[in-house]
Design a protein around this ligand. Structure first.
Ligand code: ARG
Length: 435
């Protein structure tokens, strides 16, 4: 039986598949995600990403693994301002934790049974001394010993691996020029890798679904600024507080998008990447919604949006030719590169007014405030042209305009040129908004 939903989802994914091919994603997986056995499903999805031509750098955490080993060996944990103080004994534990976790991940990524999605994928995993580290040093009089920070990233070597189609797997351990190993934090390393490699995305696979604001609402998309404000206000989940600052930093460094996705929800990585709404939280460098002047190339999209409304009589029918001639007066609203709305503005400078026309939003994106964005855009445009009022002729959507500051007016308020063309059959009502 034909599965309609599958077909639609696959089509929704297509532009993302094309956009991601050949791009570098830094994927940071918390130690918890590996420990709790959640990695086996995730490894299949990572495999799928690589097979679609995404260049994956995978960084894993080892915090809970270190904790478990310290406990087993009866070694006390030491912290100074949220960073572990790594003495020689602890560093031994760090190496054990990193080694064991890394092998666990490599094993999962190598799975290829006939009945698994990874059958035939033959993913190759690369690793090595790509991260040069240096000691963090003495902080407030506390010698951090083998706790280190990233000093240099061998991007050349990593790129060569990625170009060969291999996945690069990195543990949070770096090596110094003196031949010692240092304990690094996974999130810091991942953010630095993303910047150094000019990655397309930095993705944190964490405990929760993503950001839940203090009002208890899940937040799907944030700008870097909004994320910073939320962090400042506090009251976020523990894992979000730990990872969100690095996601913000990465977008500030020029990474277009950083994401937080849950390792508890099977498939959350795929649905975050290959649907337009995602399932996690995305921190975007650029605003996702853009209103801009339309061009000839937008005519197909505009027609798709307005035709259904014309058929219902909500909008007056416009021919393609008419649109082509008038295209400079149209603006379109884009969300993530796809057009979901349009509006036209016809100025009547002699009357100090402009007509707002053809305001339409495609049915799948109603209630996103896109209509408002288009209205604001036209108001702004009219103001910058020194116009004093907007008017709109409508038969069925009067209320929408009244709620947004328009008031009914009679025909005499219209510019003369417009009065001459008033359609007596349509008998539209006239609404005016002073600017
Ligand atoms: N799939 C797109 C991407 O990976 C959009 C994801 C949107 N996600 C979100 N949480 N709002 O870039």
């Amino acid at each position: 039986m034909l599965n309609r939903e599958f077909v639609l989802s696959f089509r929704e994914a297509a532009p993302y598949i094309n956009a991601f091919r050949g791009k570098t994603f830094v994927l940071a997986v918390s130690g918890e995600a590996v420990m709790e056995g959640g990695f086996s499903k995730l490894s299949q999805d990572i495999n799928l990403l690589v097979s679609l031509g995404v260049r994956v750098v995978l960084v894993h955490g080892i915090r809970p693994q270190i904790e478990a080993l310290l406990k087993r060996f009866g070694i006390a944990r030491m912290f100074h301002s949220d960073r572990r103080v790594t003495d020689a004994n602890t560093m031994d534990i760090v190496k054990q934790a990193a080694g064991a976790t890394r092998y666990e991940i490599e094993a999962q990524l190598s799975m290829g049974m006939h009945n698994s999605p990874m059958h035939g994928a033959h993913l190759r995993v690369a690793g090595g001394n790509f991260i040069t580290a240096q000691p963090l040093g003495v902080l407030d009089g506390v010698d951090m010993q083998y706790t280190g920070q990233v000093r240099r990233i061998d991007t050349e070597a990593i790129r060569t691996r990625l170009e060969a189609g291999e996945l690069v797997l990195l543990s949070p351990v770096g090596f110094s020029l003196t031949g010692e190993a240092f304990n690094l934090t996974m999130e810091e390393m991942a953010a630095q890798l993303a910047s150094a490699l000019k990655a397309e995305k930095l993705i944190f696979v964490i405990e929760g679904r993503g950001v839940v604001n203090p009002e208890g609402e899940f937040v799907s998309t944030l700008t870097a600024q909004q994320a910073e404000n939320l962090l400042k206000a506090g009251h976020l989940q523990r894992d979000v507080t730990a990872y969100l600052p690095y996601a913000v930093k990465a977008t500030r460094d020029g990474i277009p998008r950083a994401h937080l996705v849950s390792h508890h929800e099977d498939g959350s990585l795929l649905s975050e990447l290959f649907t337009s709404g995602g399932t996690g939280t995305m921190i975007a460098r650029d605003a996702l919604v853009k209103v801009r002047t339309a061009t000839i190339d937008d005519i197909g999209s505009i027609l798709n949006i307005v035709r259904p409304l014309e058929e219902k009589g909500i909008l007056v029918r416009r021919s393609r030719e008419h649109l082509e001639m008038d295209i400079a007066r149209y603006s379109v609203l884009e969300h993530d590169g796809k057009i979901y709305g349009c509006v036209a503005m016809h100025p009547f400078p002699e009357a100090g007014m402009a007509e707002l026309a053809c305001l339409a939003v495609s049915s799948e994106k109603r209630e996103h405030g896109f209509g408002e964005s288009l209205l604001h855009h036209v108001e702004y445009k009219a103001r910058t042209q020194g116009l004093k009022a907007l008017f709109v002729l409508t038969t069925q959507t009067a209320h929408w305009f009244i709620e947004r500051g328009f008031a009914e007016a009679d025909r005499a308020t219209l510019p003369m040129a417009k009065q001459a063309f008033y359609n007596h059959q349509r008998r539209s009502k006239i609404f005016v908004k002073p600017l």
